[in-house]
Design a protein around this ligand. Structure first.
Ligand SMILES: [Zn+2]
Length: 157
């Protein structure tokens, strides 16, 4: 079964088996709107599914996922700032009380912060917006590390 077919079958199974158990919960979320208490910012890694390890239900978390669970710096321009827009919506419109930035083990994006970048990997550095954190880790020439792991972790957060 191809992945698109698997997704369609998964949706059918959800409608048949899971949705009936949560029908009232979903109806309440539709009628009252979402009021999540927490913004969960996690990595886009396919192995991370926030609702599973946190045992949360639909409506509990406002979830933003990007490569490396990075919070970009504020940039007041006309660019496409999806993560920043999500944070703004969650805090100003939804009024979340807590913000959780959740990293995970074996994260390829954060591993890249600890690896000198060359060629195509330099593009990855720009995509994830990790350039400031990376600069703290490596000299401009991609040489030896200039900071310890804790410092990089703080810069990436
Ligand atoms: Zn990751």
């Amino acid at each position: 079964m191809s992945m698109p077919q698997q997704l369609v079958e998964g949706l059918r199974r959800f409608r048949r088996e899971s949705f009936p158990r949560f029908r009232e919960h979903y109806q309440r979320l539709v009628a009252e709107g979402q009021r999540p208490s927490t913004l969960f910012l996690g990595c886009a890694d396919s192995r991370l599914v926030p609702d599973l390890p946190t045992s949360t239900l639909p409506g509990d978390l406002f979830v933003i996922r990007n490569v490396g669970n990075l919070v970009p710096p504020f940039e007041p321009d006309a660019g496409f700032h999806g993560t920043a827009a999500g944070i703004e919506f969650a805090t100003l419109v939804l009024g979340v009380k807590d913000i959780v930035v959740c990293g995970h083990s074996h994260c390829g994006a954060n591993r890249a912060l600890f690896t000198p970048l060359r060629g195509e990997r330099a593009q990855h550095d720009q995509v994830v917006g990790a350039r400031p954190a990376r600069r703290r880790r490596f000299r401009d020439d991609g040489g030896e590390p200039s900071a310890d792991r804790d410092e990089v972790a703080r810069a990436a957060a």
